[in-house]
Design a protein around this ligand. Structure first.
Ligand code: ATP
Ligand code: MG
Length: 764
């Protein structure tokens, strides 16, 4: 027996070795579905299958990278790198860059993100004189997105009377018209949004049989993770690609289907056996991830859902700790309690920051948690929200890169034509827009020949526009000549962007400069990546054709990064903050699930129907099952939402967990950490810190105990005494030398900010 198989249980072995013909694995969380896929790829390679013939689709790029590394570890072969592994979007973007010309797209097409799409919708609303308060861009966009996920084209949408009726009732009768404009504009700009990648891939396979044939032959083995969350467009691509060889293996868990709101269809799982009557199905029931407590609590929750395929999940893992529930008065207090509990657990269990995940329903909840973590100096990283690639300064520089790569990219053009300010005003832009509409040209094309296309511009304006377009055109010329970094730095400098950013010497301004430098560093890294020989994907033959790593290649990678993707080395040992949606498939020793309140989780949007509540419950199930060792739940009685203080009932999900799995009574942890049981933890922690301090002080001179403590030894987390305010705990420290300040929470008088030079604090 292959060595590989020894690391799998019997059911997993069967699923891995049934390599020919359709296979479906439906199983509960943590039962090794992803492991089965990984080992299956390794097994296929071991059996001599060419890596170029294997297609493995995962939910995030990160998951794909991890899987690839794992496979390389298992079969020890560089060949494993050549397996086509990635998200639906990244794999199909890659194919569309080669085949998209059949649909009229150049290979350097831009991928629009949600902001680009929204901004385009706003332009269209303006053109059609529609009110953005009625046609809320985000809502229009999700309507268009859901149509495309169901493979309904703009033309079909507009011609469909049932859809028209729906839109009329929703008081948005012009949605079809907007959709058509949206499609035309994207095409003109040589741009696709995320849904288009799937939609166009379907068109390609539907209308070009030779392309279908080519990829059917290529992908002899297809594997799909998280199959329960595929939408119709994804389902159909997989079905078509697999139709010839039928070597398809899908794994999923209906209890974890959480993208229904985006058009994912749980029926895809149920239909698998109809699509492939010969399909072998395997059940995995043993959970290897979590304690008995967590597995049983999660089972007790999901049992409340009516719609589900019956599964039994059990584990041989240890009993584990009861689930803790933290009750807070406010969202601020919730943040403090969670941060304190992280600190406490870290000290007691000697674990890493990266052993903790704090999961929430909506991105907005991260702020209060972040503040508390910062106060205790606990490093964290946020996935989603305002992630690096969504910051303004980063998007600005990327927009320059985009326009240089694809001058037809209208959204990029709009973003930077007058940034940094070069005296090209709104009216001028409107004139260019109008001319572009009339001529069917892109904004850049029109601007490049402004005297020809745009009437009524004065010569001053024309020369400003010319200066801009000449600059971009010159960069474009150098695209294949310079490497990515050489060109990127040139763009950043010559465009005036760096100068503009440097001129702002506020802290925020400086951090924007740093972010921009970070992006340029990323380009540099990319440019300098080891220049290996490049294999021909059809034949596997190696050639040295691709030696310069150019900016367009960099942009192809960046465009597909999603929130859960980037993993910097620096980011390794940090507490992870993310939405539950983003946590799918991942695992962490300690998991906090915060904001367990009615109207927040379950979300207020879901309270209308049983199906929606069930989706929220599945989301809760996903959250619980991320944990290996312990789950801590929290809720706040009051919370700021949309600028208002709201009062909240605890979530129904708290009541739904069987009582015997919950720590009783739900104990109160003071947010200051000075009283109650958590105080014990903090005392331990301060003993720990004191020990450390002693080490420092014996090494450096006199003992600190009793005497006034040198300011540099005052650190967040230590307990101190003040002559007048009494005992307290240091929350944060800032500044240095004579300007060093500390924020301290005193049991008697509350929070104070002190200048250490005068405060004369002593360690307790
Ligand atoms: P989810 O539903 O959350 O995606 P999953 O079913 O994909 O979970 P995996 O992530 O593959 O589960 O496995 C959960 C954990 O259990 C992983 O750490 C995995 O390495 C481990 N595991 C799975 N099967 C085995 C096994 N046979 N022996 C040892 N460890 C295993
Ligand atoms: Mg998985």
């Amino acid at each position: 027996m292959s060595q590989l198989l020894k690391e799998l249980n019997e059911a997993q072995q069967l699923a891995v070795t049934s390599s020919d013909g359709p296979v479906m694995v439906i199983a509960g969380a943590g039962s090794g579905k992803t492991r089965v896929l990984t080992y299956r790829v390794a097994y296929l390679l071991e059996q001599g299958v060419d890596p170029f013939n294997i297609l493995a689709l995962t939910f995030t790029n990160k998951a794909a990278r991890e899987m690839k590394e794992r496979v390389i570890g298992l079969v020890g072969s560089q060949e494993a790198r050549n397996v086509w592994m990635g998200t639906f979007h990244s794999i199909f973007a890659r194919i569309l860059r080669v085949e998209g010309h059949l649909l009229g797209f150049p290979s350097n097409f831009t991928i629009y993100d949600t902001d680009d799409s929204k901004s385009l919708i706003k332009t269209i609303l303006k053109d059609l004189s529609l009110d953005p308060k009625i046609y809320v861009p985000g809502a229009v966009l999700s309507r268009i997105s859901s149509a495309k996920s169901n493979l309904i084209s703009a033309e079909e949408y507009k011609a469909n009377s049932a859809i028209e009726e729906q839109d009329r009732i929703a008081n948005r009768p012009q949605t079809g018209e907007i959709f058509l404009h949206y499609k035309t504009r994207c095409f003109k700009a040589a741009a696709m949004d995320f849904d288009d990648l799937l939609f166009n891939m379907n068109l390609l396979l539907r209308d070009f049989p030779e392309v279908l044939f080519k990829y059917q032959q290529k992908f002899r083995y297809i594997l799909v993770d998280e199959y329960q969350d595929t939408n119709f467009a994804q389902y159909l691509i997989v079905k078509k690609l697999a139709a010839r060889n039928e070597n398809i293996c899908v794994v999923g868990d209906d209890a974890q289907s959480i993208y229904g709101f985006r058009g994912a269809n749980i029926q895809n799982i149920l239909n698998f056996r109809k699509d492939y009557p010969d399909a072998k199905t395997f059940k995995l029931e043993q959970n290897y991830r979590s304690t008995k407590m967590i597995v049983n609590a999660a089972n007790s929750i999901i049992a409340k859902n009516k719609d589900q395929i019956f599964k039994e999940v059990w584990t041989e893992n240890e009993e584990g700790k009861l689930i803790r529930i933290l009750k807070a008065n406010s969202d601020t207090e919730e943040g403090n309690m969670v941060a304190n509990a992280v600190f406490e657990t870290k000290m007691n269990q000697h674990c890493q920051n990266s052993d903790f995940a704090i999961l929430y329903r909506t991105n907005a909840q991260s702020r209060a948690i972040e503040e508390s973590l910062r106060r205790l100096n606990i490093p964290y990283r946020i996935y989603g929200g305002l992630s690096f690639y969504k910051r303004k300064e980063i998007k600005d520089l990327l927009a320059y890169f985009r326009l240089v790569v694809n001058p037809r990219d209208d959204e990029a053009f709009n973003r930077i034509i007058n940034y940094p300010a070069r005296g090209i005003g709104k009216t001028t832009l409107e004139k260019i827009e109008l001319a572009a509409g009339v001529s069917g040209k892109s904004l850049f094309e029109v601007a490049s020949a402004a005297t020809h296309y745009v009437k009524g511009l004065n010569s001053g304006t024309i020369s400003k526009i010319e200066e801009f377009t000449t600059m971009i055109a010159a960069f474009h010329q150098q695209l294949q000549v310079l490497n990515a970094y050489e060109l990127a730095i040139k763009i950043a400098r010559n465009s005036g962007l760096l100068k503009e950013l440097a001129a702002d010497d506020t802290d925020e301004g400086q951090s924007r400069v740093q972010n921009t430098e970070e992006l340029l560093n990323a380009v540099k890294d990319f440019s300098e990546k080891e220049q290996t020989l490049f294999p021909d994907e059809e034949t596997g033959e190696l050639s040295a054709a691709e030696v310069t790593r150019t900016l367009d290649k960099f942009m192809q990678e960046v465009a597909l990064l999603t929130d859960a993707d980037s993993d910097d080395k620096d980011d390794m040992n940090k507490v992870v903050l993310m939405t539950i949606h983003a946590a799918k498939g991942l695992e962490f020793p300690y998991v906090f699930i915060v904001g367990l309140e009615e109207n927040l989780f379950p979300s207020v949007m879901s309270l209308q129907s049983r199906a929606d509540i069930e989706e929220e419950r599945r989301l809760f199930y996903v959250a619980l099952t991320r944990a290996e060792k312990q789950v801590i739940l929290s809720y706040a009685e009051t919370r700021y939402r949309w600028g208002n203080m709201t009062m909240n009932e605890p979530s129904r999900f708290l009541d739904e967990i069987e009582e015997s799995f919950i720590e009783k009574p739900a104990r109160k942890i003071s947010s200051s950490g000075l009283t109650g049981k958590s105080g014990d933890g903090l005392r331990k922690e301060s003993v720990f810190i004191k020990k450390q301090l002693k080490k420092i002080s014996t090494a450096e001179g006199p003992a600190v105990q009793g005497a006034e403590t040198p300011p540099e030894l005052i650190q967040p987390g230590v307990e101190v005494e003040h002559e007048r305010f009494g005992k307290g705990k240091v929350l944060s420290v800032e500044g240095s030398g004579p300007n060093m300040k500390a924020t301290v929470f005193f049991a008697a008088v509350g929070q104070k900010q002190l200048l250490l030079k005068f405060a004369k604090l002593r360690l307790v």
